[in-house]
Design a protein around this ligand. Sequence first.
Ligand code: ADP
Length: 412
Amino acid sequence: MSGADGAGTADAPGAGRVVLVVNSGSSSLKYQLVDVSAGGPLASGLVERIGAGDGRATHTDAAGGAFREEVSVADHHAAFAWMLQAFAEHGPSLEEHAPVAVGHRVVQGGARFFEPTVITELVRINIDELSVLAPLHNPANLAGIVAAERAFPSVPHVAVFDTAFHQTMPPEAYLYALDRDLAERHRIRRYGFHGTSHRYVSRAAAAFLGRPVEELKLIVLHLGNGASACAVDGGRSVETSMGMTPLEGLAMGTRSGDLDPAVVLHLQRRAGLGVDEVDDLLNKRSGMLGLGGHGDMRDLTEAATSGDERARVALEVYAHRIRSYVGAYAAQLGRVDAIVFTAGVGENSADVRVTALSGLEGFGVEVDAARNAERSGEARRISTDASRTAVLVVPTNEELEIARQTVEVVAG
Ligand code: ADP
């Protein structure tokens, strides 16, 4: 498609500051055309069920008009072709808003990638090689990169890693107490995920508080389908709850989070489960789904409200685990200026927020019931004026963060 790969002209709107952000899954392609100067999307879209023969695709333009289509999309190349067609037919024009670069979300950057990186042949090889640590994610991210490079051949492509923000963790936080040589050989350590969100939210929280992030000690709670806590000291991640994979830490929608590792051995020895079955159980059938029958927090909350006892207990476990991490990170940080909730559950569930922080009044954490109950898409304070630690809700925006980091690298 002509013009899609051209660089922006000097007088085009938002010239030099438009980035196409790509989040490629094994059977999906999410994209957003972001104007970094305006701090918002010009268009976004989602192609689903790639390779399945009965795909669906949605493209939303700047005015919020959505175009939907049932399509058969064979692979990621076909998904990009659909996207280019959608831009051509429904706008905005990629000639007028030519991206200066494409920013790719990449899940696992290992210990090698600690900042956004312009993608070269060597970088592609490294991302592929890191699939050993993220077999579900990195190959899918790479498929998106290869297809995007073909669709946009004359602009730089930048990889923004979910793990990069956590590369500042000190060894005492990232090392497991395992045989050191064996762990090093197999690259077993904590990497942490959701880094792009934790970085964005910690800076947005500092802006909300009107203080430099360098001065602040924050606990960020990213509670989505996956969930993680992060201790952010002076703008740097010093500890996070996800580990070598996104399975560790908080109880999640369908993931178990923390578990005695001997449970895995017991499941294999006594319950007769194979390796893949345990993998499936812990990642897809545990967490709130396993405990309370619903992996989606809205459904779980509704069930609990209707008197479902298991759902109620599942919610208690969810909140209890968060509270434990808040306590642990407060001890590691020594002082907490703010606890920040973000992502689907964190931004929307007043119940989860208040339950997770209940009983912490003695530690200077006081949630204000009325402020907590207010609904808003803006960053806001939900603690009382007397609360020593501020409690905030800050909407995350991973696409904008990826676009900003991409522009920074490209401007170099
Ligand atoms: P992902 O990790 O896939 O990006 P999100 O950040 O969108 O996920 O979070 C999805 C979760 O947010 C789901 O469990 C959903 O039920 C929950 N959620 C969204 N809106 C609400 C709400 N109003 N109340 C409670 N939970 C909500």
